[in-house]
Design a protein around this ligand. Structure first.
Ligand SMILES: Nc1ncnc2c1ncn2[C@@H]1O[C@H](COP(=O)(O)OP(=O)(O)OP(=O)(O)O)[C@@H](O)[C@H]1O
Ligand SMILES: [Mg+2]
Length: 152
């Protein structure tokens, strides 16, 4: 069983669909770090992830709020965007630990900005530009992460 996964995403629609597929493969609370340059598709993929769990409506980038919560039928999803975080210690003040629970999935854009104050991820997800298109790479770091890859 491989701890790596790779797929091409030819347009934004495919990125959304992949996000849906990913959320449906998460049986247990999962923490995912989202890597990739500006505009690579991290928020687009997260939109699919959240909609895949039953959310109807918009999923906006939490660039200024740092985190956007979603209360869904069976899961809470916390979508972080730490791009504007100036000091990782701010995460301590916002009670970062409480977001990571047995009943929540956490997706974190720009996790590099929170080094030292974030839990280790089950999955590292990277979106790379391939011309106009994208590819998604996943690396599982935990038993739970491996299960997710296996169910994709
Ligand atoms: N597979 C794809 N092929 C081509 N374009 C895509 C693909 N997936 C997403 N896009 C487009 O790329 C852009 C991605 O924007 P998005 O906000 O999701 O990026 P981001 O990685 O969250 O950026 P940021 O780091 O600024 O938050 C959108 O315009 C989207 O339509
Ligand atoms: Mg984004």
């Amino acid at each position: 069983m491989s701890n790596l996964f790779k797929e091409n995403l030819v347009d934004a629609e495919q990125t959304v669909l992949f996000g849906q597929r990913l959320s449906n493969a998460c049986e247990f609370a999962t923490c995912i770090y989202l890597h990739g340059d500006l505009g690579a598709g991290k928020t687009t993929l997260t939109r699919g992830f959240i909609q895949g769990l039953g959310h109807v409506g918009n999923v906006k980038s939490p660039t200024y709020t740092l985190v956007e919560p979603y209360e869904l039928a069976t899961w809470q999803v916390y979508h972080f965007d730490l791009y504007r975080l100036s000091d990782p210690e701010e995460l301590e003040f916002m009670g970062i630990r409480d977001y990571f629970s047995e009943t929540s999935h956490c997706l974190v854009e720009w996790p590099e900005k929170g080094v030292g104050f974030l839990p280790k991820p089950d999955l590292d997800l990277t979106l790379n530009y391939v011309g106009e298109k994208r590819e998604v790479l996943l690396q599982a770091n935990t038993e739970n992460g491996l299960r997710v890859l296996n169910k994709l």
